[in-house]
Write a protein that binds this ligand. Structure first.
Ligand code: SF4
Length: 407
């Protein structure tokens, strides 16, 4: 078996040549876009090979993937089906949520961890590993790609498997672990057990996790445990500070909840890394300016990855957003190479602002401009004038992973 990570290096056609089975793992939107030309190449180079895809985005994009010559798509609970398919058995693709008996992942064929995005802190960078203590999600946020596949289900990976996976990555050099669960507190007792064992077994290893605002408030008693077991930061998908938009997205929190969670995190000594979808069909110039002003007021400028202030609502195939007539009216067409629906804001000046914000962030990141300066450039773009002087001292940028989180 040969394992290739197409996100790290170009893939040569030779790798497909003698394969009997070629399987593409599609856990995210970007991975799927990377895979599409490779699937086409695999089909050209080796037309007799069986080709399948697996992972969350294999399930979401199965119709389009089939047009490329993919024989079967397994997701998101794929392991058993993938093995049966590899053994030549006929497998129903519909068993997306079949319960799995999780094994410790075999990472021996993957590139070394040091080639993946590192953790950056004020004192340098360190090797980061990745694991999942659960998959799927109990919640039904309307814009979320997890929802059309899991529809409110989530699956727990046993603590022994998670700890063994962490163990092998620490042995391979990891000093930080990212928990990639869609939401780490879907099972709070499970999460607590894992981080206590992680800290007991590897007291020098830090970690981060993604937790929704609703869970930060509801499970506030676990925050000191996270702080005491090496949690460096918590990513939270805030998405918007406009209550009307949050209701459309069915996010389960309000603007006031976000302010309360930000305060709670500060009191707990935990860094909050909020993520946003600033440009939606409902965004106005005033609400974008208000988002920037609120982050400034909450002293979260250095906590927010600049790209999070320029992202545009992504509408993949099967998105529940398509059920909203207002969104449906904004849709232009499905764009197969991009694997998303193109949409236009009812006010064309908002599409201009969205594109300009993205250009501003990309230019500034190329120049390696600090987060605060990028924020000031966005402020100038949104207000048509520069920010006034801020008497407060700039805060240090919180720890972050070199590759910002977004799907
Ligand atoms: S956005 Fe987060 S909380 Fe909502 S359904 Fe998706 S993973 Fe769950």
């Amino acid at each position: 078996m040969e394992c290739v990570d197409a996100s790290l290096a170009p893939v040569s056609g030779e790798v497909f040549q003698d394969a009997g089975l070629i399987a593409f793992f599609l856990p995210m939107h970007t991975a799927t876009r990377l895979a599409v030309p490779l699937i086409e190449r695999a089909r050209r180079v080796n037309p007799s090979a069986r080709v399948c895809c697996f992972g969350l985005y294999a399930a979401l994009n199965r119709e389009h993937l089939r047009t490329l010559g993919v024989e079967a798509c397994f997701g998101a609970e794929f392991e058993t089906a993938l093995v049966e398919f590899a053994e030549g058995r006929v497998v129903a693709e519909t068993a997306h949520l079949a319960r799995q008996r999780f094994l410790v992942p075999d990472r021996s064929a993957l590139p070394p961890l040091r080639l993946y995005p590192q953790l950056v802190t004020g004192s340098g960078s360190s090797v980061a590993g990745y694991t999942e203590a659960s998959r799927g999600c109990k919640h039904l946020c309307r814009h979320c790609p997890v929802v059309p596949v899991y529809r409110g289900a989530f699956r727990v990976v046993s603590a022994d498997v998670v700890l063994a996976d962490i163990h092998q990555q620490v042995e391979a050099g990891a000093r930080h672990i990212t928990f990639g669960d869609p939401d780490f507190l879907n099972g709070p007792a499970h999460a607590r057990r894992i981080v206590e064992r992680l800290h007991h077994e590897f007291p020098e290893v830090t970690y981060d996790a993604t937790i929704k605002i609703e869970h930060l408030l509801k499970h506030r008693s676990i925050l000191p445990v996270l702080r005491g077991t090496g949690c460096l930061f918590v990513t939270s998908a805030v998405e918007s500070l406009d209550d009307a938009v949050l209701a459309k997205l069915d996010k389960g929190h309000t603007r006031a909840d976000f302010f309360a969670a930000a305060e709670l995190m500060r009191e707990s000594g935990l860094a909050l890394a909020p993520t946003f979808i600033p440009f939606t069909p409902w965004t106005t110039a005033a609400s974008y300016r208000e988002l920037l002003a609120s982050l400034h007021e909450l002293e979260l400028v250095e906590h927010t990855a600049p790209l999070q202030l320029a992202l545009r609502l992504l509408i993949p195939a099967h998105s529940l957003l398509l059920e909203l007539s207002y969104v449906a009216a904004c849709i232009d067409r499905f764009d197969p190479p991009a694997l998303l629906y193109r949409w236009n804001h009812p006010d064309p000046s908002m599409d201009w602002l969205s594109a300009s914000a993205m250009q501003t962030v990309q230019d500034a990141q190329r120049e390696q401009v600090p987060r605060r300066e990028i924020f000031e450039r966005l402020w100038t773009l949104a207000h048509g004038k520069a920010m006034g002087d801020d008497p407060r001292p700039a805060r240090a940028t919180i720890p972050y992973l070199e590759e910002p989180w977004y799907c």
